[in-house]
Design a protein around this ligand. Sequence first.
Ligand code: ADP
Length: 648
Amino acid sequence: MTQETLEFQAEVKQLLDLMVHSLYSHKDVFLRELISNASDALDKRRFASLTDASMATSEEFEIWIERDPEARTLTVRDNGIGMSAEEVRNNIGTIARSGTQEFLRRARELKSEHPDPELIGQFGVGFYSAFMVADRIELVTRKAGAEGATRWTSAGDGRYTIEDAERDGPGTTITLHLKPVDEEDGLQDYTQEWVIREIVTKFSDFVAYPIRMQVERVEPEKDADGKVVEGGTEIKRLETVTLNSMQAIWTRPADEVTEEEYKEFYKHISHDWTDPLLHLASKMEGTFEAKALLYVPARAPFDLYHPEMSRKGLQLYVKRIFVLDDCRDLMPNYLRFIKGVIDAEDLSLNVSREMLQENRQIRAIRKHLTKKVLEALNDLRKNDHEKYVSFWTQFGPVLKEGLVPWGDERQERVYDLMLCQTTDESAEWSSLEDYVGRMKEGQEAIYFITGPSKEAALHSPHLEAFREKGYEVLLLTDRVDEIWTQQPQEFQGKKFQSIGQGEVELGNEEEKKKTQEELEEKKKTYSELIEKIQSVLNERIKEVRLSARLTTSASCLVGEKGDLSPQLEAILRESGQEIPRVKRILELNPKHAVIARLQERFAANADDPAISEYAQLLYDQAVLAEGGELEDPAEFSRRVADLMAQAL
Ligand code: ADP
């Protein structure tokens, strides 16, 4: 291959731009990223050498750091798995993660007022972070098991060159041509021994391979007996030191590991730059033996809602040996945000991804860990409300996927973990337990309303009768709420009931009876008008009826029990499913002046064209009140304007 100059993929360019111009002052993290990549590459090669006879080697696996103060370069070298030319092009120069476009668009929008590091960390920029400290990077790599090597160079300016190269043995060497030192900007002198020592100890102490570096030692001159010669010349000598302790953090007694160490290990495996919210260590004994160190991140990754979300940082080890990253089978889908290490004693190193699904031990571990994670979250909920709310706002909607009946291992425990917004102003983010505790005498069900936002839900006319009776209603505004509430659900023996579906019957038996009687009475007066309205709106609605749930609004739309809600209909349609439009029920408030006048007008002249205009308006109003979109907004405004002209 002759030298080729190629353009970075547009997304990579944007990401580099975001980073190079970021005000992020903790630039030292670039070294953690490079060491983590080297460590990953060594994991892969070690694993291959143990499971594939053709890859066996007697080499010691290690990471080298070389400093050259004169040339102002810093080199990180590993003898890991390496990359083929094809892999270099695909891995470094392209980002193949779904949601990247969307993430970058958001990042650009927020750039001015949002701190960059949050965003950068959320994305996990890894290798590219080296461009924070280097103005040119050269990478030479050779894939284990292959012959030639590849050189990749770039100044981070949108292009890179790639060509054939030579390298002794497999692995990757990354040389950074460092930017000038600028302490104010967070750029230290990375050619200094102590600077590197400090960074490695802080960020990468537990890396499983020795991180080696040559250092200069100055010693006084000694005589043949080993005594220092007074006034003698100093002797400079090069010495190789290992910078890290290499202890796998999850094998150490929990009380000996500091919080700092836990945090840094999280960043190492997850490539997230923000401290985790929580860690938990767990040990399984008995039939299967395994140790796990799991983390709940503080912030949701940018691709949390993309079906192919990366689960990098959920790693499977077998007896301290790395086997697989991105190990989906270790956690149910609704806990897909959990990161960490699971180290099993009794698995074969040769276990493949496909085999894991069926593996009894993996299933037992997954069950055990699911329980542990849910327990830890429940403890957090009980003990640290503020922290739990911050967890819930990031991951609550994902956790609720555990309630979806056709999801994997439907998990009733999610009810205990749930926080909801409610119509009770004093209870922002209430648990279900607390809600049930506040239920009024005679309240039979857990009432909820779903909607696109808290505001929309709060303004819904469906709430009126509940407000009047003083019943608290849960405001469920996540997309997933539309789905899990479709099936009958129960918490502490109380049924969930949508206030936008079915008929409303509130209060004690006597009150219910009274409401029913009143409605029957009104029906006598209004039955013909109702028929008329029904005939006008026939195309769009299933039924017109008088309402027991409205007190101040004139009309609202409701579904029949078991109907898809309009939001769920929209979600399903968005996801490409063809579903027939669900016709809804228009409820009219017989106590409202508009309905009473309409009746008068209808009684005077059943063919009055105004009746039809008003019927359309009542329907459109009901659509607007629940935050829906009108089929024909222009027609609606014409009707309102006509009406105003008449009234004025
Ligand atoms: P991430 O590590 O989050 O995947 P990076 O941008 O840091 O993102 O790296 C991209 C990819 O390049 C890695 O996933 C890996 O496949 C490859 N890579 C990076 N550094 C090395 C290395 N030292 N040895 C082998 N492959 C590497």
